[in-house]
Design a protein around this ligand. Structure first.
Ligand code: PMV
Length: 341
């Protein structure tokens, strides 16, 4: 038996343990669920174990309210799952369909096949990662279809198997994903923070919405294997998370946003010191970053964060929304705690 099949066997064993007899429940005819997308303020970058998607560090994110994924499931009489993305059937051999069907085949009885209808509600071409909200919505919808009645903690661990950041997309508002210590990841789960911050805004600056050439999974592995700067990352990430969590509690925007920006820049520094170098930015990303820094020099409390891609996410408070809109004609404003955006 190869090393790989040994590992996947142990993930399957864990899944079977969690689901127990409920794995063979009679499914409802259909079910659906929604999950918001999320942006980390203190990032997850690096796996301590790849098959369970276990992170090196804890991370903390903010969910994007109505920007996320709606997933509908229905039982079909077929030999294979059918995956529909934004109204169109996707190629069964493509990355997206493979990840979705692999996840489903782990949690469903062997002969049960589904039609999976996934609709992303993130602004079109916003370049937001949809894998977090996608796997969270898929997990919630499957829980409902199968009548598993799992706890949110268990669902968070199941969503993590699809995509690490999906573990955080089961809640609105601020969410913390605890790295955990167990080998099977049963304590590597997310939970919501109680604090609300209605004045907090996020601005999306989309530089490109194309699929990235290097996936997060591959990028993380390359960074850990080759970047000398990664050695300092776990310590900084845990420290940043603690500072951000305290700043959220204290409603201290400057400390929260400054630390989030510093955390993102440090994560990108670990990547650019990898070999071959890993740079997700495009020239326009840097132009926009410099504009943010210039506006800040001029007194505007505006900060940025970036994930494994070229797009910027701006952080600011509601009272500065007009200034931000005046400076960035193309910005899409999101109110993580609001009802309007
Ligand atoms: O969950 P993944 O495999 O898509 O990785 C997410 C990685 C970052 O977006 C860069 C950071 C994060 O914490 O979301």
């Amino acid at each position: 038996m190869s090393q790989n099949s040994k590992i996947s066997l142990s993930v399957n064993n864990w899944v079977n343990q969690v689901l127990g007899a409920a794995k063979h429940n009679v499914p409802a005819a259909q079910a659906s669920a929604y999950a918001p997308s999320n942006i980390a303020l203190s990032k997850y970058w690096g796996k301590r174990e790849a098959s369970f998607n276990l992170p090196v560090t804890s991370s903390l994110s903010i969910s994007l309210a109505k920007h996320g994924t709606n997933t509908g499931l229905s039982v079909i009489d077929a030999l294979a799952h059918q995956v529909i993305l934004n109204g169109e059937e996707v190629d069964a051999t493509g990355n997206f369909a493979i990840k979705v069907t692999q996840w489903l085949d782990r949690v469903l009885p062997r002969n049960l096949k589904l039609r999976i209808d996934t609709v992303n509600t993130v602004p079109t071409a916003a370049g937001l990662a949809s894998s977090a909200s996608g796997f969270a919505a898929l997990t919630l919808a499957t829980n409902s279809l199968m009548g598993w009645q799992l706890t949110k903690r268990q669902l968070s661990a199941l969503a993590r198997l699809g995509s690490g950041s999906a573990s955080r997309s089961l809640w609105h508002g601020f969410v913390k994903w605890q790295a955990g210590e167990q080998a099977d990841g049963s304590d590597s789960v997310a939970f919501p923070l109680q604090q609300q911050w209605p004045q907090l805004k996020m601005g999306l600056l989309t530089i490109s919405s194309q699929t990235k050439a290097v996936s997060s999974r591959e990028g993380m592995a390359r960074t850990i294997a080759t970047s000398p700067l990664y050695k300092q990352w776990p310590q900084q990430a845990e420290l940043d998370l603690a500072v951000i969590e305290a700043a959220i509690e204290a409603n201290d925007f400057e400390t929260m946003a400054k630390t989030a920006e510093h955390n993102a820049m440090s994560m990108h520094a670990t990547m650019s010191a990898a070999w071959p170098p890993l740079v997700y930015w495009q020239p326009e990303s840097l132009t926009q970053m410099q504009k943010v820094w210039q506006l800040r020099e001029q007194g505007l409390p505006l900060y940025l964060t970036m994930d494994a891609g070229p797009n910027l996410k701006l952080l600011f408070e509601a009272k500065h929304q007009t200034d931000v809109e005046a400076a960035f004609a193309e910005v899409q404003i999101i109110s993580p705690f609001g009802t309007t955006c």
